[in-house]
Design a protein around this ligand. Structure first.
Ligand SMILES: Nc1nc2c(ncn2[C@@H]2O[C@H](COP(=O)(O)OP(=O)(O)O)[C@@H](O)[C@H]2O)c(=O)[nH]1
Ligand SMILES: [Mg+2]
Length: 342
C-alpha cells in the first residue's frame, strides 16, 4: 500500500517509468544500449544484470549506486559491472538497492526514465525477485522476446502479471538477425498468435528487430546496419507514444495501481472478516448448545414436578390411610370405653 505515496510523488514530478522486461538473455540490456546509442550497460551471454538500473536525463554522464542502507556512492561507467552484474556482485553480496545513471539522450527528456531489469527465469532467484519487486513502478513496458527461443510458460505468466500495472506494453521480437526474411515474418505471426491466445491481448504492438545490429550500427555510425536492424521502426513509434500518449498512459497506469491497492485492501478486509467469522461461528454453535441445555433443564424441571406431584399424592394417600386407621382404632376404643361405662 505504501507504494501509492511513491506513485503520487512520481505523477507530481512528471516522471514516466518505461521499463524493459522479459526473461534473462533476451537482449534487454543490449536493446537499451542500442536505444541510447552507446555501450553504457554491461551485457553478456550468461545471465548478467542482477540489479535494477534507472537511466534519467542529465547533461553529463554520471552513475550513482544506492545501497540497501541508504548510502549513495558515485561510480563510473567502467566500474558499473562491479555492482549491477551477477558476476561482479554475486547474489547481491554488496547490498546494492538501485543504480542511477544520467545520460543526455533525447528519449529521456520530459521525465522519461528508462529502466533495465535483471529479467525473470534465470537460475538466480534474486534476479527474478528484483524484477517482480519493480513491477508496481511500471508505467509502460517494453517486453523482449527472442526469435531463437519459443515463448516460454514463465514469460506468459510474467506477462499476465505485468498487465496489472503497465498502461501499455510494447513487444519486441529480438535477435532477428538469426532469421531469413521469410522466417522473420513467420516468427512474428507466431508470437502474435501465442500472445493473443495465451495472454488474451487484443491489440499487440510487436516489432521484430536486432538490438545487436542496431548497437553495432550506432557505435560505428553505420546507417545501413541501423536500417537493417529495424530499430528505427520501433523508435518512430516510441517517439510518437512519448510525445502524445505518455501523459494519458501515466494516468492509466496510476489508475491500475490504485485498483490494485483497492483490491489488496478488499482482500485484507475479507480476510479480517473471515477471521472475525470464526468466533462468530463458534458463538453460534455455543448458542445452539446453550438452547439445547435450556430445553433439557426445562424437561428435567417438568419431570421433577411430576415426580413431586406423584410423591405428594402418595404421601397424602398414606396420611389419609393412617388417619383412617387411627380414626377407626380410636372409634373402636371410644366404643369400648362407652360400653364399659354403661
Ligand atoms: N544475435 C544477436 N544477439 C543478441 C541480440 N541482442 C542481444 N544479443 C546477445 O544476447 C546476449 C544477452 O544479451 P543481454 O542484453 O545481456 O540480455 P539480457 O539478459 O536480456 O539483458 C548477449 O550475448 C548479447 O550480445 C541480437 O539482436 N542478436
Ligand atoms: Mg541485462
Amino acid at each position: 500500500m505504501e507504494y501509492l505515496g511513491e506513485v503520487k510523488q512520481k505523477l507530481l514530478q512528471g516522471r514516466f517509468n518505461l521499463v524493459v522486461l522479459g526473461e534473462f538473455k533476451r537482449g534487454k540490456t543490449t536493446f537499451l544500449n542500442a536505444l541510447l546509442g552507446a555501450d553504457l550497460l554491461p551485457t553478456a551471454v550468461v545471465p548478467l544484470t542482477s540489479i535494477v538500473t534507472l537511466i534519467q536525463y542529465g547533461e553529463r554522464i554520471s552513475a550513482k549506486v544506492t545501497f540497501l542502507d541508504g548510502v549513495v556512492e558515485e561510480t563510473t561507467l567502467d566500474e558499473l559491472h562491479l555492482y549491477v552484474t551477477e558476476e561482479g556482485n554475486p547474489c547481491n553480496e554488496k547490498n546494492v538497492k538501485l543504480v542511477h545513471l544520467e545520460y543526455p539522450s533525447p528519449y529521456l527528456k520530459d521525465g522519461v526514465v528508462l529502466i533495465d531489469t535483471p529479467g525473470v527465469g534465470s537460475i538466480y532467484q534474486n534476479n527474478t525477485d528484483e524484477t517482480y519487486n519493480y513491477l508496481p513502478k511500471v508505467d509502460a513496458a517494453i517486453f523482449l522476446l527472442s526469435s531463437d527461443q519459443p515463448i516460454s510458460r514463465s514469460e506468459l505468466d510474467f506477462l499476465k502479471d505485468i498487465g496489472q500495472y503497465s498502461a501499455k506494453t510494447f513487444f519486441i521480437l529480438n535477435k532477428v538477425d538469426y532469421l531469413t526474411d521469410l522466417d522473420k515474418k513467420k516468427a512474428l505471426e507466431f508470437a502474435k498468435k501465442v500472445l493473443a491466445e495465451k495472454v488474451g491481448l487484443e491489440e499487440i504492438n510487436i516489432y521484430s528487430l536486432s538490438a545487436k545490429l542496431a548497437l553495432d550500427g550506432k557505435i560505428s555510425g553505420d546507417d545501413e546496419k541501423i536500417k537493417a536492424s529495424n530499430l528505427p521502426a520501433f523508435t518512430a513509434m516510441l517517439e510518437k507514444f512519448l510525445l502524445k500518449e505518455k501523459g494519458r498512459a501515466a494516468i492509466n497506469a496510476t489508475c491500475n495501481k490504485g485498483n490494485n491497492a483497492a483490491g489488496e485492501l478488499q482482500l485484507g478486509l475479507e480476510l479480517e472478516m473471515k477471521a472475525l467469522g470464526i468466533p462468530l461461528e463458534e458463538l453460534k454453535a455455543k448458542i445452539v448448545l446453550f438452547d439445547e441445555m435450556v430445553i433439557n433443564l426445562r424437561q428435567e424441571q417438568e419431570d421433577n414436578g411430576y415426580i413431586f406431584q406423584g410423591e405428594k399424592s402418595k404421601v397424602y394417600q398414606e396420611l389419609e390411610h393412617e388417619i383412617t386407621v387411627f380414626q377407626e382404632s380410636q372409634d373402636i376404643m371410644i366404643v369400648k370405653e362407652i360400653e364399659q361405662e354403661y
